[in-house]
Design a protein around this ligand. Structure first.
Ligand SMILES: C[S@@+](CC[C@H](N)C(=O)[O-])C[C@H]1O[C@@H](n2cnc3c(N)ncnc32)[C@H](O)[C@@H]1O
Length: 242
């Protein structure tokens, strides 16, 4: 599907609404979409692609389907045990802060929707850059805190405060919330992240855009203030410096 386009954004949004009942369809679609985004910059065939925090492995499965040597690194062994996801069986249980890989081991380093779940995103990015070969590509996307989905399962009530939003979710559903601010979900902004990445000497920014936005996805990330709400999910394509 053409990216950006209303058709694609609508298809992704509709799929996203079905996520609880049908994760297989949703994440297969999302993985294809993300792989297309990577292939706009580099063909995947034959490349070493490292997926950091890849969950059960839908993305790695898609990279392999396209001929890449895809490797999945995920710290949560429970997620890897989810065989319904049909993810790779050779995944490595590892933390993105300290990956068991040599410098420059990957042609493409990939991370989808992990950065908002780590307390120290700068160290996480440093590790992604370290394992990427000079000239290699880094794909990193995350949902920022002031995005309408920033509070995850308790969104959009996070605008009224994280604790109140989480308590409301638990009251309404009778289930404990998966995310807790400051434990496994962190306030991360579009502006501060862009400023940080621009100041780094180990990567150049190839593209900074809204991952899902149907029109002018780059423009929305350039307007201070507005971008914190309107970007929804920031996608950075970075090039590892020589
Ligand atoms: C929302 S899920 C995203 C999964 C998948 N990448 C996707 O886009 O569907 C967040 C993932 O980040 C992982 N994660 C959390 N902290 C991490 C860390 N320090 N290093 C690597 N992955 C981490 C979690 O275990 C979880 O699988």
């Amino acid at each position: 599907m053409k990216d950006p386009s209303f058709r694609r954004s609508l298809a992704l949004f509709r799929a996203f609404l079905r996520e609880p009942e049908d994760p297989e369809t949703v994440y297969t679609l999302l993985a294809r979409d993300a792989a297309d985004q990577v292939e706009r910059h580099v063909p995947l065939e034959g490349k070493v692609v490292v997926d950091v925090g890849g969950g059960p492995g839908y993305f790695t499965r898609e990279f392999r389907r396209r001929g890449a040597q895809g490797y999945l690194f995920e710290p949560d062994a429970g997620v890897l045990g989810d065989r319904s996801a049909r993810g790779p069986r050779d995944a490595v249980v590892a933390d993105g802060y300290l990956l068991p890989l040599a410098d420059g081991a990957a042609d493409v380093t990939f991370s989808s929707n992990v950065l908002e779940h780590v307390e120290d995103p700068h160290t996480f990015l440093s590790e992604m850059a370290r394992i990427t070969r000079p000239g290699g590509l880094i794909y990193v996307s995350f949902t920022n805190w002031y995005s309408p989905w920033g509070g995850h399962e308790w969104a959009p009530w996070h605008y009224l405060g994280a604790e109140r939003a989480r308590a409301r979710y638990e009251r309404r559903t009778g289930r404990p919330a998966k995310h807790r601010l400051g434990e496994n979900l962190f306030r991360i902004g579009v502006g501060p992240t862009l400023r940080h990445v621009r100041g780094r000497t180990d990567v150049d920014i190839v593209s900074a855009r809204s991952r899902y936005w149907p029109v002018l996805p780059e423009l929305v990330t350039r307007v201070p203030g507005v971008r914190e709400f309107a970007t929804w999910n920031l996608l950075l394509i970075l090039r590892r410096c020589s």
